[in-house]
Design a binder for this molecule. Structure first.
Ligand code: BDP
Length: 692
């Protein structure tokens, strides 16, 4: 009877078929032995999560005991905790050392005639992750207690989300209602929903959150002052119980706006001192505060450029203030000229991040991390990978994804983004020769970064189902899972999510899996073609407007004319962006012959009659994909309809309604795009479907 959906933490429920795994583990699930350590809040969270999860999954409240009385049970323990024989006897020292604080072991163990499932954390936090893994295991096929032996540790140090929530309760690029954090310029008093969000995040291993929009307006500027810090501290307390560290987005001009100094010049001692004081205040309220997230000199936000300083000057000033406390500066690289003259093809927005930051390599303090969007533009359905990854050997880097579907259907369309993110992570930058993949760079494994990781713009709001579209929950879930282990496949992640969220019915599972896996290519097929991007309604970014941004200042052009389309980013005749890549990658994109079809128009301007590797002309490709995309959505609707009797009415109806909306929108896209290019090119569709 809560007023929010439990997402993948529903643990069964009346309409859900139980996984066979529950039966296999049944004998162990009535007793939990939580020995010794049980004092830390995180340990308590772990015990509580396991207790509640098992109660729901089995229908019986498990007994929680300090000592092993029953013959079979689940034992919880923390490595290095006060001598727990159940743990110490079955975990070797060397093994424990490899786990790190966030890792855990789940294994079948035996001692003194007793038989148990051991969940052992590298710390209480690792234990909590182990508990969530065990609960997941009980809901997904393929595992039995025999031979159970899992040793897990996360790939990334920082596994974060960024809320783009504003204190008036709105969410920038939010498609799932209002903020769960703020209302009427205040932090909400009832943090129930925030706690529930912390559970969702911790269950997939997220360990950091920035709780306010990177565009910091007047009210949010005050979040770092004693006026609002008591409330920030309340939020931090909730997240701490789930092992999640709190960060704040800050306004670079805060010293001026809060009336401390007349300048925000990072080299001015009074400004430096001002930030040191504010930082000291913050740590008085939140002792484990994570640090500052900063959008500076970007889209009209203040920054060091105003004072003739560069980004290293700006970031280092904040880093110095945070350093005594171990805090970090997450400095965003989304810096470009948003007032450009569209006629000047040399100001290529795609080049901007690399051009701004690469020359600064080596100048940042080691508690600064550059936060780089996955692509050089802005979360389009298809972009190449940002060439900045790996280009700075002496500067910490982290990757920024966007879970909120700003440019991918705004949680009205299904668009499962894990396959897209996997492509980014698997991209080989060649920065240190073959095998210099993005996934390893942002793990600090190519260059030995002190700090690194992945973050993403969150997708949640106060909608009943959190994400606007039930199926969009899979992106939040999958994001966390991918950060824990980027080797998981998109299918595996989708399967896990589906069985936890919708149960193990085969028809349900296979339909949802297919829809999710087909969804990104489908969205791409009926929107902007061949990597060119944009063509969306300005500002809102939903629905087609081919020339919406074509003659504007934002640097997002397609250059379609009567003869052809695409952006020439080659070295010889274009912007030279292709040569921000290393060696063979630069050559791959630079040459028309080798450039992959899906990115062709990102790198090249070609005639409509240019023949793709697929054998089709560009124009016919545009026509065909736009028809195919709509047909695909029609097929999903038929498949979804077939699930009516197997799903709860509420979720069935909700997804159905969204699919119908997606269909309408896909038709709109198809017709606008196809007609536009027919009129521009005058070339007919081979199948005569496109009308003038
Ligand atoms: C774009 C959004 C804009 C954000 C900006 C950013 O349209 O609302 O403020 O990115 O990342 O995607 O700062």
């Amino acid at each position: 009877n809560s007023n929010y959906d439990l997402a993948w933490l529903r643990y069964g429920g009346a309409s859900v078929e139980r996984s066979a795994a529950i039966q296999l583990f049944e004998g162990y699930l009535s007793n939990i032995v939580a020995a010794g350590e049980g004092s830390s809040p995180l340990f308590r969270t772990a015990v509580q999560e396991l207790t509640e999860g098992l109660a729901k999954l089995t229908g019986k409240q498990p007994a929680v005991e300090p000592n092993a009385a029953a013959d079979r049970f689940v034992a919880l323990g923390t490595i290095g905790g006060a001598g727990n024989p159940l743990l110490n006897d079955s975990v070797e020292g060397a093994e424990a050392a490899r786990l790190g604080e966030e890792g855990y072991i789940i294994r079948k163990a035996a001692r003194e005639g007793k038989d148990y499932i051991l969940i052992a954390g590298g710390s209480d936090k690792g234990l909590l992750y182990g508990v969530f893994h065990f609960l997941r295991l009980l809901q997904t096929a393929g595992q039995s207690p025999d031979g159970l032996n899992l040793v897990e540790a996360p790939k990334y140090q920082l596994r974060m989300v960024n809320q783009w929530d504003n204190m008036d309760g709105s969410i920038e690029r939010g498609y799932a209602g209002q903020s769960i954090f703020y209302q009427d310029s205040k932090i909400v008093s009832d943090l129930t929903r925030v706690r529930e969000y912390a559970r969702l995040l911790a269950s997939v291993g997220i360990n950091g959150i920035a709780i306010n929009n990177v565009n910091v307006h007047e009210v949010e500027t005050k979040l770092i002052t004693p006026e609002l810090l008591p409330d920030v501290a309340r939020v931090a307390d909730v997240f701490r119980e789930y092992g999640i560290r709190l960060y704040l987005s800050v306004n670079f001009a805060a010293p001026i706006e809060l009336g401390g100094t007349s300048t925000a010049d990072p080299l001015e001692p009074a400004v430096q001192e001002w930030w040191k004081q504010r930082t000291a205040d913050i740590y008085r309220y939140v002792a484990d505060f994570g640090g500052f997230l900063v959008k500076a000199d970007s889209e009209n936000r203040p920054g060091p450029f105003t004072y003739g300083r560069d980004h290293a000057d700006g970031a280092n000033m904040l880093a110095e203030a945070l350093e005594p406390y171990g805090g970090l500066v997450l400095w965003r690289c989304f810096v470009y000229d948003c007032h450009q003259d569209w006629r000047d093809r040399k100001t290529d927005r795609a080049r901007a991040a690399y051009d701004h930051f690469k020359p600064l390599d080596g100048r940042f303090k080691d508690n600064v991390i550059l936060q780089i969007k996955n692509g050089p533009m802005d979360f389009q359905v298809r972009e190449p990978v940002s060439p900045l990854f790996g280009a700075m050997k002496q500067t910490n880097q982290m990757l920024e994804f966007q879970i909120t579907q700003e440019y991918t259907g705004q949680q009205r369309h299904v668009c499962y983004l894990i396959p897209q993110w996997k492509e980014v992570l698997e991209f080989d930058t060649l920065c240190e020769g073959e095998g210099s993949k993005v996934k390893d760079i942002v793990a600090g494994q190519v260059h030995p970064y002190k700090h690194s990781g992945i973050t993403a713009v969150s997708s949640i709001g106060d909608d009943y189902n959190w994400t606007g579209h039930y199926l969009a929950q899979s992106n939040l879930y999958g994001y966390g899972r991918l950060l824990w282990n980027p080797e998981l496949s998109a299918e595996e992640i989708a399967e896990e999510w589906t069985s936890m969220t919708f149960g193990v019915n085969q028809d349900v599972a296979s339909t949802i899996l297919d829809i999710l896996m087909e969804s990104w290519p489908t969205y791409e097929s009926y929107t902007s073609p061949l990597g060119v991007g944009w063509m969306v309604v300005p500002h809102y970014h939903y629905g087609p407007d081919v020339d919406g941004y074509e003659y504007s200042k934002w640097g997002t052009y397609h250059f379609a004319d009567r003869d052809g389309i695409g952006v020439d980013r080659t070295l010889a005749t274009g912007t030279g962006y292709s040569h921000q890549y290393v060696g063979a990658n630069a050559a791959l994109y630079d040459s028309l012959e080798s450039c992959p079809d899906e990115l062709l128009l990102f790198f090249h301007h070609v005639p409509y009659t240019y023949v793709l590797k697929s054998g089709k002309t560009v124009i016919q490709h545009i026509y065909d994909t736009h028809f195919a995309g709509v047909e695909q959505v029609e097929k999903w609707i038929a498949r979804w309809d077939a699930l009516e009797s197997k799903l709860d009415p509420q979720r069935f109806a909700h997804v159905k309604e969204r699919l119908l909306e997606q269909l309408e929108s896909a038709k709109h896209w198809r017709d606008v795009i196809n007609t536009y290019f027919y009129r521009k090119s005058g070339i007919k569709d081979q199948h005569n479907r496109v009308i003038y």
